[in-house]
Write a protein that binds this ligand. Structure first.
Ligand SMILES: CC(C)(COP(=O)(O)OP(=O)(O)OC[C@H]1O[C@@H](n2cnc3c(N)ncnc32)[C@H](O)[C@@H]1OP(=O)(O)O)[C@@H](O)C(=O)NCCC(=O)NCCS
Length: 172
């Protein structure tokens, strides 16, 4: 069995709370080497479009963050973005732990599907598919657009273009 690099004794995944803003900004900015993704987090929060925001904490320090936001279309669907792990803590399973915890929590709610723009080689392991997203129109690169069904048959009920929350317009 592959040994995980994070300290399973001290690593926790929890919902982001008031007071975490600066640490989340630091993590996203370090991960992406620019501040736009941190600004996206703040804009989504401010607009009330954040559905779930999780942090990974090691020994009391926030080392990773992921955010799930409401799409404008298809109805009942979400976007995963951004996700970032501190560069010095990457490739130890923290990103995967954040995604898996997010998926477990979202599966308990009434969401149909989760879209993202990302590296297919990374996201395929969680069940995301480029092929399943092909029939949805998007202004972003098709080859990086992926989707994962959150409820059985959820994707079947989804149609129309993929329209992200207005905060994403900063990337256009
Ligand atoms: C992507 C990211 C969140 C993954 O977090 P992590 O904690 O390093 O991920 P894990 O340890 O769970 O998984 C590591 C795996 O991801 C893969 N991976 C990381 N970045 C990747 C990339 N750009 N393309 C393909 N695979 C990638 C690693 O090769 C590794 O693969 P392996 O398990 O087969 O060895 C992290 O690398 C990061 O913050 N990157 C910079 C910001 C970013 O690109 N975010 C995602 C935008 S879509």
């Amino acid at each position: 069995m592959k040994t995980l690099g994070f300290d399973e004794e001290t690593m926790i995944i929890r919902e982001a709370r008031s007071g975490d803003e600066a640490a989340i900004r630091k993590v996203e900015t370090a991960a992406f080497e620019q501040s736009m993704e941190a600004e996206l987090v703040e804009a989504l929060d401010a607009a009330g479009d954040t559905v779930l925001s999780l942090v990974a904490e090691e020994g009391g320090k926030i080392v990773g963050h992921v955010l799930f936001s409401r799409l404008r279309s298809p109805e009942g669907c979400l976007a995963l973005a951004p996700i970032g792990v501190l560069p010095e803590r990457q490739k130890r399973g923290i990103g995967s732990a954040l995604i898996r915890e997010g998926l477990a929590r979202l599966a308990k709610a009434d969401w149909k599907a989760l879209f993202l723009l990302g590296y297919p080689d990374y996201y395929r392991r969680f069940g995301f598919s480029v092929e399943a997203a092909e029939r949805f129109e998007t202004g972003y690169p098709k080859e990086a657009t992926m989707v994962l069904e959150l409820a059985e048959g959820g994707l079947g009920g989804c149609s129309g273009p993929i329209v992200y929350a207005p905060a994403f317009e900063m990337f256009e």
